[in-house]
Design a protein around this ligand. Sequence first.
Ligand SMILES: [Zn+2]
Length: 469
Amino acid sequence: MKRLLAPALTIAALASLHAQSPGERAVDWNRLRPEILERYRDLVKLDTTAGGETLAVDYLKKVLEGEGIPTRTFALDPKRANLVARLKGNGSKRPLLILAHTDVVGVQREKWPVDPFGAVMKDGYIWGRGSKDDKPVLAANLVTMLMLKRLNVPLDRDVIFLAESAEEADTTGVGINFMVREHFPEIDAEFAMTEGGGATIEGGSVKQVNIGTAEKLPARVRLVATGTAGHGSAPRLDNALIHLAAAVEKVGRWETPMRLNDTTRAYFEKLAAAGPPEQAARYKALLNPASAAGAQQYLRQHSPGEYSMLRTSVVPTMLKAGVGPNVIPSEAEATIDVRALPDEDIDRFFAEMTKVIADPAVKVVPLPRIRPASPASRIDTEMYRAMEQAAKSVYPGAMVLPSMSTGASDQAQLRAKGIQSYGVGPASTESDATDYPAHGDVERLAESSLYPFVQYVWNVVTAVAAKKN
Ligand SMILES: [Zn+2]
């Protein structure tokens, strides 16, 4: 049951609140909707493509400080600032960090039916760059901070709000890398929550909620083939292009070993235990060593993302060779996007790759890694349980499962520092996720997905951080 609470609460009213579960701490969500929408749209309207992030920091600073929440900004590049706000708890538990990145990827304006920074509302959607990635999380975190303050919620642990720049591409290290390296005490926490999860709508209701608990590590390599240069009229056996082409084919078709971790085992086990019988049977087959190979092939064809969750994946993405049609080049190279499982021994894996190529004319050259290797976050923590509980209460009837992202995020830096970090995201239909994805030509979020998402974030934060009697 939800109860209405006026912003100015008496101590007595607060005391009576303690009787209810902290996760259910009462907020009148209907009354809060216009404000949620306004804050979210304000954020989508800011053009925070790389170099514009300080626009968001200025906005957040004004809103937070306007309600008495002090903020600090940390900027290696003045145009790409980060902002931290902290609500103090009684110190009986270590802090909770809620973070979101403020930057968005670029736009090709001609592809947009509306102004990409207009936060236009049309057909039940809010349209705009960042409407999915990552301004729903930013807005949910902001509203959560405002409500904690307004309701004066007593806290067992500090709640730290971080708005960070440069998640999409931090070539100069101004975002999470800067914060972790130079200002770690400002954001150090037991738990963190940010983008990296999500939920799927089917037939009008949320059927599945993914809690992001792990991610793969980008560990790219170049394959460099060398041979003797020469005239295109005289074929050579050591033609670098021929050697490279063979190597690309071998690694591209390489069936790397399947290996599950706690997250992916729980993920596939849950899918095997629920859902339509035909689908459940496929996941069951995957978990049975006798039938796993066939099930993997099915996923390889029909669900590349899940296929990738099973293994360190190897994907050729770029080729570079040749200076003219009549010239045999002395060198040819390919870029291979390797996405390693969190526990992969990368050097051993590259040695394995060299064996698969089995050609001394082709060298495997690792590219510099942008993110650290990061262990999966645990699925037996207070935080994970609170997220599971909150998901079940906000999205009744949905299956809740831990998930490993095949992409990479700023959670890697946090996990590498020992913070148990978890991913969330607003719900979307399969077709919306495909046709209007994060980073897509056009991005949009269903308005109806925004409000429950904010409620979900709020429930998690209060369950984990609010004072328990
Ligand atoms: Zn993002």
